[in-house]
Design a protein around this ligand. Structure first.
Ligand SMILES: O=c1[nH]c(=O)n([C@H]2C[C@H](O)[C@@H](COP(=O)(O)O)O2)cc1CO
Length: 147
């Protein structure tokens, strides 16, 4: 299974430790195409010194098209993550967004409002506490395996 993980880069790297934790767990279920998003040594500048913005965008759109599932940590707001999610919806992809309730933020209505019940729908938003993140992913991928 190909998994596309989304997390903030130029939007701010405050949550990189939780991205790492999520990606490690996701690697139990498949190939995480965007593992670099979780690397502590990737700064807010992003990969531009190596790749350039057009190459980053075009590669990521190819990976998005290839992905079976998109998992996005959406607590730290990021234009890039919002864009990836919109493009993924247009591609009819299966999407799980994770939002940490301990943060003082309020998730954008354009993300929370895209969650369409029932729980089996393609676009899901889960509020979570950091210590529960592995359990939430186990449940999500367990359900996915049944479909
Ligand atoms: O260097 C990069 N590499 C890269 O893969 N991205 C993608 C993956 C992330 O899920 C998302 C982050 O967007 P932003 O940088 O606007 O926070 O965009 C974004 C950048 C920099 O914008």
């Amino acid at each position: 299974m190909h998994i596309y993980f989304c997390g903030s880069i130029r939007g701010g790297r405050q949550d990189v430790a939780i991205y790492r934790r999520i990606v490690k767990k996701l690697q139990m279920y498949g190939d995480v195409l965007t593992e670099h998003v979780s690397h502590a040594d990737l700064s807010e500048k992003g990969e531009d010194a190596v790749l350039g913005d057009k190459a980053i965008h075009d590669r990521d759109m190819e990976w998005l098209a290839l992905a079976d599932v998109i998992v996005a940590e959406v607590t730290q707001p990021s234009l890039g993550v919002g864009y990836e999610l919109g493009r993924a919806v247009a591609m009819d992809k299966r999407i799980l967004c994770l939002f940490r309730t301990s943060s003082e933020r309020v998730l954008s209505a354009m993300i929370r409002g895209a969650d369409s019940q029932p729980a089996s729908s393609l676009f899901q938003v889960h509020d979570y506490a950091e210590e529960d993140v592995e359990g939430i992913l186990e449940k999500y991928f367990g359900e996915l395996a049944k479909t």
